[in-house]
Design a protein. Sequence first.
Length: 630
Amino acid sequence: MIRLRLITRLVLLSLLPAVLSFVVAAQEQPLRINYRLAMSHPSSHLFEVTIEVEMPQNVQPGSLDFQMAKWSPGRYAVFDFAKNVQEFRARGGICPRVNMTCTLPDFPVTRVDDQTWRVPMMNTHSATISYKVYGNDLSGTFSQLDARHANYNGGSIFMYVVNHKPDPVRLEIDAPKNWRIVNGRMDKPGQREWQFPNWDVMIDTPTEIAPDWTEDVFQVDGKTYHVIVHSFGNEGGKRPALVRDIEKIVRAEVSMWGPPEFDEYTFLLHFTDDGKSGDGMEHLTSTQIIESGALAEAETYQGALDSVSHEFFHVWNVKRLRPIELGPWDFTRPANTRGLWIAEGITNYYGHLMLRRSGIWNDKQLYETLAKQITEVDNAPGSRLMSAEESSLSAPFIDDAPHSQETNLDNTSISYYPKGEILGVVLDLLMRGRTHGKASLDEVMRRMYDEFYLKSPNATYYLRGRGYRNEDFARVTSEVAGMDLGDFFKRYVRDVETPPYEEAFAQVGLRFVREPRSPVTVGITADESEKTNFKIAAVRLNSPAADAGLQEDDVITSFGGTRLNPANLLKTVGRYKPGDRVAVVISRGGKIMRMNLTVGQPLLFNYRIEEMANASVEARALRRAWLSGK
Ligand SMILES: [Zn+2]
Ligand SMILES: [Zn+2]
């Protein structure tokens, strides 16, 4: 589908100069844009980027702005990729292919702002731009070049020409000898050149270049799936099993959604064995998955499948069926959407459910995982303050965002991943129960994909169909359920009420059990780096400790006469009942202070999901349908 559209676009472009005989402003006609990527000194971590631009002859050449994105799709924090750009240079003209090192005149360059370089065209119609980008992070957002490989995510290395993001672009890669190039848009082995319909699709094509990655291939319903693995640690002979399990996940997800739009899809997997790099990122025809362990380790193996299940679900949910704000993007400011609880949270839910439906997990593993997500959300003070929609809008602050300023986000925010996941499971089970199995979230997702992606006219140059608003999702949910579910969205999505867990799980014959973690609450956590003293690391919002005036960095020297340390907190506090008043002595900045604290009711709970022995026949049937997807 994508290749076909590309050809159509190119044919149209070649007709353009003949049709348009009048002179128009530079941004209104597509440029011919050619990217060249080289990496002559891998150990320097410097990617060498060249951009050759050519304007149509009937365009008055003014100046062109080259811009580095402030962030890239899928990770919503602002990273300012421009900070790693060096040696930006512009020259007039383009060297012929037979003499790439020809001498070209230097053009003056003005740095316009933190992300933009302006190049005056000096009355010519072509220019060659070059710069280097430092990249030494293996992730789903950044790029890495070192002696082992090049792995790049285009948003972090390729500038776009301002006002020309929709123009078709060409890319040539010059790789070190014996390094092989692979990405999710390969037409043939050994390929070194690509044509993309626009810059956005080019940066949606992460690429791996190394001498020693492996490739396994499988087919599902006539589509080809490539599993590329680059291991820095021991594989322990696990790769064949991994490929078979990935195939099971693909089958389970395709069986829910129907056939995917592409002909080929590529899983790019890294097992770094460095204990720190870990990420996953969705793309239209590929995914980058980076695990910090070695494939040989059971935990790492499971982690990779968890990532695969999540990222592959994004083929539909977020990459194609997307919130209206997600593409094409303005890369001068962060994306603001209220829909990440759907795009990421519901994907998280299905990522887990599909591990069960594919047969990789048993029922118990799914129940435990869902209970863990509920535990995380329900125990977080931020879930009483921040709704699922607000969490989505806060993504630039909470999606792996760097903070050098102290924040109160631990108390005030909740991640849209677990929050969206629990809203997904509650909505799914309530729909299944209330409609006696006629409706489900599966059907909502399919209906959304059909209406907004497959059947809507293209709203932009970037992608088929159009984006949805949260109100559209609520409407389609009610349509599928055959009843008004507006109240669910009002109370649990736009407001912060606790979702009806017990009621939802009971629909499929499951008991939702909530138990206090300890009989009383104080609301402090210890600084784990201090072994002998109890130094407060954090004070929970609206807790007894907050009411008493305790703050972080206070050292509690006496709690009702007992000297506290990180190890004896629970035991010491456990001697009291809610409502008891306790004399507390602290050391704050070298001063001794005394205060009274009133011990509170339990605030933290553990959650469990278990099967009801006396579940009705209907509830059991609904559970089977939910777990199997049939
Ligand atoms: Zn690699
Ligand atoms: Zn995701």
